[in-house]
Write a protein that binds this ligand. Sequence first.
Ligand code: ATP
Length: 298
Amino acid sequence: MEEGGNRLGRHERYRGEHPVVVKGLVNRFGDHVVHENLDLEVRRGEILGVVGGSGSGKSVLMRSIIGLQPPSDGEVEVFGRSLTDAAPDEVLGVRDRWGVLFQGGALFSTLTVGENVEVPLKQFYPEISDKLRKQIARYKVLLSGLPEEAVNQFPSELSGGMRKRAGLARALALDPELLFLDEPTAGLDPIGAAAFDRLTLELKETLGLTVFLITHDLDTLHAICDRVAVLADKRVIAVDTVPNLMALDHEWIQEYFNGPRGRAALSAQALEELRKHMDMPIAAQAVKALDNAPDRKA
Ligand SMILES: Nc1ncnc2c1ncn2[C@@H]1O[C@H](COP(=O)(O)OP(=O)(O)OP(=O)(O)O)[C@@H](O)[C@H]1O
């Protein structure tokens, strides 16, 4: 067990280097082997992107880490504690330290946004008064970039992007140290997706979160991920920064990062950087040239 493995006090933060450590993970459904000897360490304070082809087992990996998918074999440690053979009360002391945004938001449709955020507060902190719980929920809704009135709206009254933010507000309900996001920008338009990326980065920086982020969105990987884990061949074949991954000689990685969509994401990011320096004539010229480039007009 790594440093920081002693049981944490309720209000104590995890100080170890790796809030998530996965060792020799095996997941099987009948004859179908999804993971075989998968290892992964998530560093404290990083945004770790998780990529892989469809069906490569990204969601199953996340579910194994948060205890929703008991692994066929191997070990999962979260905040220095093994969850695979932990007693239920030990798991309880760990579960309230993470927040999860599932694909699609997974909000309760019969509850308002504010009430949705109150659910984990009620579950883990039943001693909190109704008034304080409502105030905390309202604050989380605002923190997620939603307007005040969203607190009393139902999920069906919100746009897709707002629903994602409502799901994020609920994931932040317990002031988590670790945030799991499963394809948070899927289905958002590019502007909404970029705004959600900025919010994720801001939350990571201001709240000191560690973020495990499953995504297919190349723009997200370039814009906010400190490192990216690549799932292929039933395991994590590489974990590194995007530039280092791009230099690896692996067919799937090359196709993914250096294929046409990968290059477009890279040029979009370069453009974004250049736009920050429009007072410099060379940057302004470059932005103009890139904006007029034929592949950007297509
Ligand atoms: N409960 C389950 N029972 C049987 N098979 C499952 C179960 N959950 C997942 N699988 C299978 O495990 C494999 C990995 O699924 P997973 O959802 O993790 O993929 P993914 O990498 O997240 O894919 P996508 O990018 O399409 O969301 C798939 O073949 C899926 O059908």
